[in-house]
Design a protein around this ligand. Structure first.
Ligand code: FAD
Ligand code: NAI
Length: 474
């Protein structure tokens, strides 16, 4: 039996590997166990990174096809080379996941490849992927569960990752389908639906609710759906898919109105070459031995934790997607850091109110803090300052002026309560507002800060000015 660890992290995703690095930095003898064979978790292997690589490549293709000519750049013989596009994406993933392996070595973290099971508090058994290989028993003072999440299945729709795919299959389709149905108008549906639409697929998004991107500020959701429609994405709202059957050359879908069929009405059918199921993700704890270890899960399978990320069992902590909340890589990373710090006797906390959420469509959508709906529900009086990118000179130079910045600030104190952006580089622009919110700043603070010209961040400044009723350029 090997020397005991101070901490074993189960799961090598953004929560796990970042938590492991922070624990090692603080002098804890640390190990990480990952069953996938590569580090980086969902995010680097089949999530954030490959999807953003494909979004970038497909955006270039669409720009060359539709917009370069407006800039006086004539392209002839434009051709999609999907194999190269997919290969580039794989290389980005490969390089980044290997980079994490290097970081483990650099921080002297033992990396065990295999499936971890908690056999008792303080004991983890690792089953290597090789058939017949012996399990290894590791001893530790603390365990961090960072096993992430998995695709939520849809009853009646069996994912085969060929014709009926999850996000994982949708990142590697060997050819552009003529038609694609996306079930779920959430983040994955809109991002990956955009990729394949840009590359030539006729994409129809089927959504159960009456709005895309539910949970986002309603004005943003509505406008983004309008923009995506203009780009050629079709939407079928308030609709539920009741079944999907893979047949030769495609998938036959049956669906009906969310609220049920009218008397005598028949279920609608639709055929698509590929169907993407993107109706959310669920916590992943299969084979982890939680029951044996006495770790509780809630009715949806998430692991409840206290403010120190400790589960109901002392010495067993959990972070990231598996504990619920925003299923985002940066949220998981921050939890990994704070959890390690608390374990090492330091203190730390996360301000869940100012975690940015970004949708990498084009234009991008970015949000932090409260939506208008949340403020109204809470009875909070607020100012709303809005500035459209059509009035931002840099966006006009770039011919990329769809969208707006909206800043919500407290009516009495002017403290920034939320920001919602549709627009070019919205994901980068939101960070300024996140920082201001973290420091308890006001819209006036943003408005008084000098912003470089011509720049997209000037739209943030103008929205902050507008919150005080004094935008300059509109
Ligand atoms: P994960 O990244 O899921 O990592 C968990 C790891 O644990 C996995 O590698 C798994 O193999 C391993 N594991 C599980 N059980 C065991 C076990 N018993 N033993 C050993 N190892 C185990 N978020 C963003 O912030 N930005 C984005 O742009 C973004 N894009 C996304 C795109 C897609 C298509 C998807 C699916 C997700 C995206 N996300 C994005 C979400 C993001 O990937 C997750 O929020 C993030 O990966 C969660 O990190 P985690 O460490 O909690 O879990
Ligand atoms: P999601 O929760 O964002 O969206 C799921 C959508 O499916 C919702 O609009 C929901 O109303 C709809 N839906 C649910 N059941 C349905 C049904 N039966 N029929 C039709 N529609 C149905 O989930 P998604 O897109 O699968 O993404 C999972 C997670 O991954 C998200 O929580 C997100 O945080 C993360 N992610 C983050 C990204 C980013 O930060 N850019 C990119 C991709 C994923």
């Amino acid at each position: 039996m090997s020397e005991p660890y101070d901490v074993i992290v189960i799961g090598g995703g953004p929560g796990g590997y970042v938590g492991a690095i922070r624990a090692a930095q603080l002098g804890l003898k640390t190990a990480i166990v990952e069953k996938r064979g590569t580090l980086g978790g969902t995010c680097l292997n089949v999530g954030c990174i490959p999807s953003k690589a494909m979004l970038q490549s497909s955006h270039h293709y669409e720009m060359a096809e539709t917009e370069f000519a407006d800039h006086g750049v004539q392209v002839s013989g434009l051709k999609l080379d999907l194999k190269t596009m997919l290969g580039r994406k794989e290389k980005v993933v490969d390089d980044l996941t290997k980079g994490i392996e290097f970081l483990m070595k650099k921080n002297k973290i033992d990396y065990h490849v295999g499936t971890a099971e908690i056999t008792a508090p303080g004991e983890v058994s690792v089953k290597p992927p090789k058939k017949g290989a012996r399990k290894q028993k590791l001893q530790t003072s603390n365990i961090i569960i960072a096993t992430g999440s998995d695709v939520t299945p849809l009853p009646g729709v069996t994912i085969d990752e060929k014709q009926i795919v999850s996000s994982t299959g949708a990142l590697s389709l060997p050819k552009v389908p003529k038609t694609m149905v996306v079930i779920g108008a959430g983040v994955i549906g809109l991002e990956l639906g955009s990729v394949w639409r840009r590359l030539g697929a006729e994409v129809t998004v089927i959504e159960f609710l009456d709005m895309a991107l539910p949970g986002m500020d309603a004005e943003v959701s509505k406008n983004m759906q309008r923009i995506l429609k203009k780009q050629g994405m079709n939407f079928k709202m308030k609709t539920k898919v009741t079944g999907a059957k893979a047949v030769r050359g495609g998938v036959n879908l049956t669906m009906e109105p969310r609220d049920g069929l009218a008397d005598g009405a028949k279920a609608e059918t639709l055929k698509a070459e590929v169907v993407l199921v993107a109706i959310g993700r669920k916590p992943y704890t299969d084979g982890l031995g939680l029951k044996k270890a006495g770790v509780e899960v809630d009715e949806r399978g998430f692991i409840p934790v206290d403010e120190d990320f400790q589960t109901n069992v002392e010495g067993i902590y959990a972070i990231g997607d598996v504990i619920g909340g925003a299923m985002l890589a940066h949220k998981a990373e921050d939890e990994g850091v704070v959890c390690a710090e608390i374990m090492a006797g330091e203190s730390g906390h996360i301000d869940y109110d100012s975690i940015p959420g970004i949708v990498y469509t084009h234009p991008e959508v970015a949000a932090c803090g409260k939506t208008e709906e949340q403020l109204k529900d809470a009875g909070t009086e607020y100012n709303s300052g809005k500035f459209p990118f059509t009035a931002n000179s840099r966006a006009r130079c770039n011919a990329d002026a769809d969208g707006f910045v909206k800043i919500l600030s407290d009516k009495a104190t002017d403290k920034v309560l939320g920001c919602h952006i549709i627009g070019p580089s919205a994901g980068d622009l939101i960070q300024e507002v996140v920082n201001v919110m973290e420091f308890g700043g006001s819209a006036e603070d943003i408005a008084r800060i000098c912003h470089g010209h011509p720049g997209l961040p000037e739209a943030v400044k103008e929205a902050a000015l507008a919150a005080g009723g004094r935008a300059i350029h509109i």
